[in-house]
Ligand binder design. Structure first.
Ligand code: SAH
Length: 229
């Protein structure tokens, strides 16, 4: 087993790197990858840079070049669901791409021919996450995650995404990573801790809570790696 652990930003992978053993850095395809071990389990860690294009590239490289057979994403997201508070840990029960729009041709929002509006994570990894949460007494919430190439910081936009996709959280990489894993038959799981509420205060909250929330997510993902090993 070789597990890819992917984030989007340095702050999302730093708390992982601090806890790994035998780290060696490999520079490839204009990015840095860290081969390492956690409690004896082989992992490859990287941050993709923000957004769908970079995260598609990095997820593909982790699988096709580094040979990872499982992918866990760790990072932060904005809350759409009013019940999600800053610091809450949530996993994607399914993911969609909210800014994929050829509705002018009569297609549903988020759909292109031969594509899927929703992509689902691996059910075994979901069970592993639930059992980690149970055994550690951690509250793990689930929700529909909407991905797009925009930082959402407006009540209006947030409500529109909620109405269209029934989304609970918003971020910028999940769907593209899911799409790569789905196409290559690699089990994946997308975990996010809430950093902001995607409203007019979002950029301030994001800056204030990024590090703390990123660590909440990273610590949980490492518990999953241990359980999987
Ligand atoms: N402050 C950063 C930019 C962060 S963009 C800089 O200046 O470099 C937001 C990142 O966190 C993305 O990786 C995205 O996946 C996630 N995210 C958190 N809150 C979000 C929100 N409200 N809308 C979209 N993405 C969000």
């Amino acid at each position: 087993m070789k597990i890819a652990i992917l984030g989007a930003m340095p702050e999302e992978v730093e708390p992982l790197l601090e806890k790994l053993d035998d780290i060696s850095r490999v520079d490839y395809a204009d990015n840095r990858y860290y081969k390492a071990k956690y409690k004896g389990v082989e992992v490859v860690v990287a941050y993709s840079k923000i957004g769908c294009a970079f995260s598609t590239l990095t997820a593909t490289i982790l699988i096709e070049h580094f040979g990872c057979d499982t992918l866990l994403f760790s990072g932060v997201a904005g809350a759409i669901n009013e019940d999600f508070k800053i610091g809450d840990l949530i996993y994607a029960s399914k993911l969609c791409k909210h800014d994929l729009d050829i509705t002018a041709f009569g297609h549903p929002a988020g759909f292109v021919p031969e594509g899927k509006v929703f992509i689902y994570p691996d059910s075994n990894l979901v069970e592993v996450a639930k059992s980690v949460a149970n055994s550690k007494g951690i509250e793990l919430k689930e929700g529909v995650v909407a991905t797009g190439d925009q930082f959402i910081s407006s009540q209006e936009k947030k409500e529109q995404i909620k109405e269209t996709f029934n989304a609970d959280a918003i971020e910028m990489e999940g769907y593209s990573v899911a799409l790569v894993c789905d196409a290559l038959n690699v089990p994946f799981f997308i975990l996010r801790a809430i950093s902001d509420s995607a409203d007019m205060d979002a950029s301030f909250d994001f800056d204030a809570f990024l590090e703390k929330s990123a660590k909440v997510s990273a610590d949980f993902v490492l518990e999953m790696v241990e359980k999987l090993g």
